[in-house]
Design a binder for this molecule. Structure first.
Ligand code: ZN
Length: 687
């Protein structure tokens, strides 16, 4: 593999900075001057500018005020700070909503919202789209040649739907297109015969509502798909003037991890670079290293969204959030560690929300680089400055990535279908948690992983893991079969192969179109109460060489072998002796089926064997203590290994007799190495 291009050729270094909202401080000219001095001191080289500045840019309809922004853009550039310029559509000004009520969104209860909040607009309204396009055109025209401009930050955290009459009409048109204008086809795919919910005319169809229809799963799924498509359509309208005036300036919008409201895989295609806002709850109820692997999982999604292309950590907090139930201060070391964690998984930027704490308003207590005290003599400021120092030494890592041999499928539409299903348990469906628990052994064993959706290409991997693949869209099973036939190893679990993409159950036995490749038939699923216990015991001579028994929880599937071999069996209950783990040879590959929900001890042992068996490449070939991971970035030639200690204890590692260059401390390392509490090392393999 080769290197990707830097995010901006104008500044081919790590970007370090964050949200800057000078529009809140226009009456404080001395503070604006002080900002520049402090930014340079904090090693900032980029700001995301004007994200909520519409009221300051267009205080009256058609009357624009750009002089303040001109001055700030110039001043930033003169001081070596680049600008990711925002479009302000996430929060329209009050005059706009007052004058054009149709721009306010209507919620699922059919209540038209008032002015306020953010992402509170209709995404279909032609008036809103026109107003957004106008302000964006003005921004693009005015700043297209500004030397500070390196990227566009479009809107902010898209993530609302609308149920107004305009959106109802747009949804019906979306459905007509999907179902070839044939309402009988829609009725079949939605199985609307149930409870006599059959539609005889398109005009009868309404978006899902708590005061109306919520029980047709096909409708719910299609509405969610429509929301993604309509948001993307809105986005395309937003970026048209940016593409027209600045075709070479990359465009992004900030995603929100595994936010369920939008299918980011559909959205990602329309972005030049992925960016996301990461706010893990460090030092909370879970151990930090557990939070770390769950966060790593999301970083890996963001890297995988564009096939490995480095992403931007658009927002993170320098200290605390003000919205987590309890948000402890980051312990010494954690700020640098969590920032470098993003880099380890493919980020080419470290950015924050926000530069200076607002004096008032909703986020006045949210962590920021400059506190209300206004000076640089704070712990947080020093932490931020230090991260800037470290990033300056990482130029060789810009544009590098990783080519994992392992992929885990975490699929948005599958998660929608699982969440919407009634049964087999209403509580603890835990699709995301289950995917993360299958990711955990790889994080601990420092094996790089891509996190993909079911429509991604599988052929570049050795091992494909698809926990709870409840929904299987057309063509996916065929691609899985081909993958295994060609020598790939496939692992899936209980609750897979149940419905098609419109949530119609597969007929002829589960796991539907995966029956053949897995060589099993799943007859029933037993839901366990939290108090219930059962165990799975490995056969003495099982080919994985796993010994002993593992506790089951929540879901136990009763399966029959139809060509597969069992590796483990249930220990108790009326399905004692039934297969609980099975493997099937198919073509040149193998397909594993895990029929029960398990604890972490099972996935740890199971995947340790699979990693050995398939000889899967690790980031570094050493043993790591619990809570420590190693992640890899490479340009195909040089290998950069990130050793990250997510515990509050010192950890000793043995690098053996291989020599590495510590690229932060510019030191040679080999043999025993100590990672301090919340410490890290970035090492390059020497020649
Ligand atoms: Zn609407």
């Amino acid at each position: 593999m080769t290197k990707y291009k830097p995010i901006s050729e104008k500044y081919p270094h790590f970007l370090h900075g964050g949200d800057y909202n000078p529009d809140q401080w226009l009456n404080y000219p001395r503070i604006l001057d002080e900002d520049i001095r402090l930014m340079k001191l904090a090693n900032w080289n980029v700001v995301s500018l004007g994200i909520f500045a519409w009221a300051a840019l267009e205080p009256e309809e058609g009357k624009y005020q750009f002089e303040w922004l001109d001055r700030i853009m110039d001043k930033l550039y003169d001081n070596g700070i680049y600008v990711i310029l925002a479009t302000p559509s996430a929060a329209p000004p009050a005059w706009l909503v007052q004058k054009y009520p149709e721009v306010a969104r209507v919620d699922s209860n059919r209540v038209r919202h008032l002015f306020g909040g953010r992402q509170n607009h209709c995404f279909t309204s032609p008036i809103y789209r026109e107003k957004v396009r106008s302000i964006n055109r003005k921004l693009a025209e005015r700043y297209k040649d500004h030397p500070a401009l390196i990227a566009w930050h479009v809107s902010n955290e898209y993530g609302n739907d609308c149920h107004c009459d305009l959106c109802q009409e747009a949804f019906r048109n979306w459905l007509k297109k999907k179902y070839d204008n044939d309402i009988k086809k829609l009725n079949h795919e939605w199985w609307s015969y149930f409870w006599s919910h059959t539609f005889t005319d398109w005009s009868q169809i309404q978006t899902p509502s708590p005061i109306g229809e919520t029980t047709i799963h096909g409708l719910n799924l299609d509405y969610k798909r429509f929301v993604t498509d309509q948001t993307v359509d809105f986005f395309k309208n937003e970026i048209a003037p940016l593409k027209e005036f600045t075709p070479n300036i990359p465009i992004t919008t900030n995603f929100m991890g595994t936010f369920p409201g939008l299918n980011y895989w559909k959205f990602a295609k329309h972005l030049d670079v992925i960016s996301w806002d990461s706010y893990p709850t460090w030092h909370g109820n879970e151990e930090d290293w557990v939070v770390a692997y769950k966060t790593a999982f999301v970083h890996d999604i963001n890297r995988s969204l564009k096939g490995g292309q480095p992403f931007m950590l658009m927002e993170s907090t320098p200290s605390v959030t003000n919205w987590q139930l309890v948000s402890k201060l980051k312990r010494p070391g954690m700020h640098a560690l969590s920032s470098i964690q993003a880099v380890a998984h493919g980020a080419d930027t470290v950015q924050y929300f926000q530069w200076r704490k607002s004096r008032g308003g909703f986020e006045k207590f949210h962590g920021a680089v400059v506190d209300h005290c206004g000076h640089e003599n704070t712990r947080v400021f020093k932490d931020v400055k230090e991260v800037g120092e470290i990033l300056k030494r990482l130029d060789p890592i810009i544009g590098t990535s990783v080519k994992p041999e392992v992929a885990i499928i975490y699929d948005w539409e599958n998660s929608w279908a699982i969440e919407d299903a009634k049964g087999p348990r209403q509580e603890k469906k835990d699709y995301l948690l289950t995917c993360q628990s299958h990711y955990r052994p790889f994080w601990s064993k420092c094996v790089p992983v891509d996190v993909i959706d079911m429509e991604s290409d599988f052929n570049r991997y050795k091992l494909l893991i698809a926990p709870m693949l409840y929904m299987i869209k057309d063509g996916v099973a065929e691609r899985i079969k081909q993958f295994v036939k060609n020598g790939g190893t496939f692992v899936t679990t209980y609750l897979s192969g149940i419905v098609n993409e419109n949530d119609l159950c597969y007929l002829g036995g589960f796991p539907g179109p995966l029956k053949e490749v897995l060589g099993i038939w799943s007859e029933e699923i037993d839901a366990l109460h939290d108090k219930d216990e059962n165990y799975v015991v490995f056969n003495e001579t099982n080919e994985l060489g796993i010994r002993g028994e593992y506790k089951t929880k929540e879901l136990c599937e009763i399966i029959h072998l139809e060509g597969a071999r069992d590796l483990a069996k249930y220990k108790e209950d009326f399905y004692v002796g039934y297969p609980a783990v099975a493997v099937n040879n198919y073509g040149n590959g193998k397909a594993y089926y895990i029929a029960f929900r398990n604890n972490d001890d099972f996935v740890d042992d199971f995947y340790r064997k699979i990693i050995e068996l398939l000889n899967i490449k690790r980031s570094i070939d050493i043993d790591l203590p619990i809570g420590v991971t190693a992640q890899l970035r490479t340009d195909g030639n040089k290998e950069f290994v990130f050793l990250l200690n997510f515990t509050d204890e010192e950890k000793a590692l043995d690098l053996k007799d291989i020599e590495y260059i510590d690229i932060v401390d510019n030191d040679i390392l080999s043999g025993k190495v100590i990672l301090p509490p919340y410490g890290f090392k970035i090492i390059e393999k020497g020649n």
